[in-house]
Every structure is written in C-alpha cells, then in structure tokens.
Ligand binder design. Structure first.
Ligand SMILES: N[C@@H](CCC(=O)N[C@@H](CS)C(=O)NCC(=O)O)C(=O)O
Length: 204
C-alpha cells in the first residue's frame, strides 16, 4: 500500500504512528507530497478531490481518506486493535481523535491568520478566538483524558497533534497541566514517535 504523506502534517503522522503501533508500517510505501489550498498538487487531486494528505492507496488503486478513515481501515487489517470495538472505550477513543483533529484544524487557522495570509488580509479577532478554543481544549484534555487506558487511536491523534503544535511554536500546552505533561513527555519517546519526527515547511 502507498501512504501519500507529508513530513510536516499532523494528520499524516497520526496515520504513520498508528501503522507503527499496529505493526503495519513495513507494509506501507510512504511518499511525501506538498499540499496547500493555494498551490495545487495534481497528483494528490487525482486521488482526493479535497487535495489533502494523508491518502492511503490500496494495491488495487482504491484511495482512502481522511486520516480517521485510514486508521479505521488499518485497524481492520490487524488483530492488535487500536480502536476499541464497543462501549465507552470506543467513544472515548473516537472523541479524543475528533478533538485532536479539531485542535490541528485550529492550529492551521491560527497559522493562516498569523503567518500564511498576506498581512493586509489578516483578522486578529479570528486568531484570538481560535487561540481561546485551543486553550479550552488543552484544559479539557488535562481534566478528562484517561491517559492510562490501553493505547488507542485517540492517544495517537493527541500526541501527534500536540507534537505538531510544539513544532510550529503554537501556544504551550504543558505549563500548568501536570497530567498531560507527564503523559506527553513519555509518549514522545515511543519508537513510533521517534521514527516519524516532523520536518519541513508549508509551500504556499
Ligand atoms: N481531516 C483531514 C485533514 C487533512 C489536512 O488538512 N491535511 C493538510 C496537511 S496538514 C492538507 O493536505 N492541506 C492542504 C489543503 O488544505 O489544501 C484528515 O484528517 O486527514
């Protein structure tokens, strides 16, 4: 299978860390692509009309997106399940995955407002509103996440998201959040994280 990837995408890294943790990384050919809504990548559009990565291309050419669906697909290939099948464990894992995805979306919005958009088109009130959502999310994570539950997709999504926020210099999430700090510092030492460090910059 081919994983259409990006070395600085938190959504793509979530999939790759998931594959490492599921013992499937060896079955993926990882191919880096640059994407931006203002810099069309025809190869990506050929397999995803949204022009976004990650995309998993199966051996028969069928393309699967987005990152959550790819993780679900991979989870169904293996018996070592990282998405709990039923009950509160399942909803907690999927809810955390959704929160982490939303936090990445917010981080990207903040970067548009603060760096990517031409200066005369920036709107500080939007950036401030997005910052507020990020801080609310950090506090929710500190309060609510069961860090000691068996490893699941939500943990992977959160770690890859936080690591990206740190990589991009977005607001600190460790200060004053001791449960999160202890978990995150240990999680980034996992081989799956150490083998997939972020690199590069967005090409707009
Ligand atoms: N919800 C999607 C988000 C994917 C996404 O936004 N990927 C970014 C890279 S970090 C992208 O390719 N952006 C290009 C664009 O917005 O046109 C997922 O989870 O896979």
């Amino acid at each position: 299978m081919k994983l259409i990837y990006q070395t600085h995408s938190p959504y793509a890294r979530k999939v790759l860390v998931f594959a490492h943790e599921a013992g499937l990384a060896g079955r993926l050919r990882v191919i880096h692509h640059e994407t931006s809504p203002i810099n069309r990548n025809d190869d990506v559009f050929a397999i995803n009309p949204l022009g976004k990565v990650p995309v998993l291309v199966l051996n028969d050419g069928y393309a699967i997106f987005d990152s959550g669906v790819i993780c679900d697909y991979l989870d169904n290939l293996e018996s070592s399940r990282l998405i709990p099948e039923t009950g509160r464990a399942k909803w907690s894992a999927l809810r955390l995955q959704a929160l982490a995805g939303g936090m990445c979306d917010i981080g990207i919005s903040i970067r548009w407002e603060n760096e990517r958009r031409p200066e005369h088109l920036r709107y500080p009130a939007l950036s401030e509103g997005m910052m507020m959502k990020l801080i609310e999310s950090y506090d929710f994570v500190e309060r609510e996440v069961e860090f000691d539950a068996p490893l699941h997709v939500g943990h992977i999504a959160l770690a890859t998201c936080l690591s990206w926020l740190e990589f991009r210099g977005l607001p600190d999430f460790l200060q004053g959040r001791p449960r999160l700090e202890q978990w995150f510092r240990s999680f980034v030492e996992r081989p799956s994280m150490r083998d997939t460090l972020y690199d590069g910059d967005t090409q707009d």
